[in-house]
Design a protein around this ligand. Structure first.
Ligand SMILES: Cc1cc2nc3c(=O)[nH]c(=O)nc-3n(C[C@H](O)[C@H](O)[C@H](O)COP(=O)(O)O)c2cc1C
Length: 312
């Protein structure tokens, strides 16, 4: 699996264990790095800068293999400056940017030799980040878990590949080696794999969440904005079904009010993040579990090592 991505990073396989809010932890990162792939952890998973620094240092103490950090680069992330500084100080190998303009990140990382990969969902945006100096794009397709894109991999990868000069990494719907071969045939230089790693021994989420990935199937994945205000793929549990039918008129009214719209959005987002956090880590009837359709092929909870074996 040698491609321009594996060469750029110096890893055996051109596979990134994708950053996952509330899920990715140090144990998963080490599991990935020890097995020939690379991995990225969301800065958002750390409550404080000290927590982030000590986690990144723990990974570095274990291995010299290259790994990355995911930064949310829009205005909602008030901790961005500090998070970026920590990445620069500790010289992580790469940063994955999502949800905003990555220009400042790229400008600060370039002199340090830190690569910047930007999440994109279409050609327009991909061209913009390439012009800003991104080292690769992560093409998030319609099968991805989390904030998925609109285009199928079969359309997105060839389109980006023919128009860009930087590597295209495919994200979404990958759960076995055959899926990776398909992405490479379409022209991807690497893949970013999330959902199937949630059902790992190492993942920092509750057993209920992991078991749900085994028990539910692709047909049970829906896209909803009711949790955080932005469309998110979740398992359609009875609790999520109850949210659908309860599409609060008060919320709609506040969102239609010019003065209150911004603050309402922030409140919805913050409430959504809290409910996701509770559901991911504690037993609760409010079962909002983020996952993509690739749960279809999850039949048991495995070690990160065994999951990587099934991909390589
Ligand atoms: C539970 C979960 C949490 C995620 N959190 C983030 C995140 O914090 N930042 C980000 O850029 N992408 C996030 N993603 C998207 C993944 O990085 C990746 O693009 C996606 O998982 C790829 O699709 P797949 O799940 O089908 O493998 C998340 C995805 C999942 C399933």
């Amino acid at each position: 699996m040698k491609t321009s991505l594996s060469e750029m990073l110096g890893v055996e396989h051109s596979i990134i264990m994708a950053p996952m809010f509330l899920v990715t932890n140090v144990e998963m990162m080490i599991g990935a790095l020890d097995n020939g792939i690379t991995a990225a952890i969301p800065a958002l998973n750390f409550r404080t800068d000290d927590d982030m620094r000590s986690a990144l240092n723990e990974i570095k103490a274990h291995t010299s293999k290259p790994f990355g950090v995911n930064l949310i680069v829009n205005k909602s992330n008030i901790k961005l400056k500090k998070q970026l500084q920590t990445c620069l100080d500790l010289e992580v190998a790469f940063i994955i940017t999502s949800l905003g303009n990555p220009e400042e990140i790229i400008n600060k990382c370039k002199p340090k030799g830190i690569k910047v990969f930007c999440d994109v969902v279409d050609l327009n945006y991909a061209k913009k980040v390439e012009a800003s100096g991104a080292d690769a794009v992560i093409a998030v397709n319609s099968e991805a878990g989390g904030h998925s894109g609109n285009l199928a991999q079969s359309e997105l990868i060839p389109k980006l590949n023919s128009e860009l000069n930087i590597p295209v990494i495919s994200a979404g719907g990958i759960s076995c080696k055959g899926d990776i071969d398909k992405a490479f045939e379409l022209g991807a230089q690497g893949v970013s794999v999330g959902t199937i790693f949630i059902a790992s021994d190492e993942a920092g989420v509750s057993e209920d969440y992991k078991n749900a990935l085994v028990d539910y199937s692709a047909n049970d994945i829906i896209m909803t904005s009711h949790i955080s205000g932005t469309p998110l793929t979740v398992i359609n549990t009875p609790y999520v079904k109850s949210l659908k039918s309860n599409n609060g008129w008060i919320k709609r009214k506040l969102l239609n009010n010019k003065k209150l719209k911004k603050i309402t959005k922030l409140i919805i987002m913050s409430k959504g993040m809290n409910s996701l956090k509770k559901a991911a880590t504690k037993p609760t009837y409010k079962t909002v579990w983020v996952a993509g359709p690739s749960i279809e092929n999850i039949t048991k909870i495995n070690s990160v090592t065994d999951i990587i074996k099934s991909l390589t």
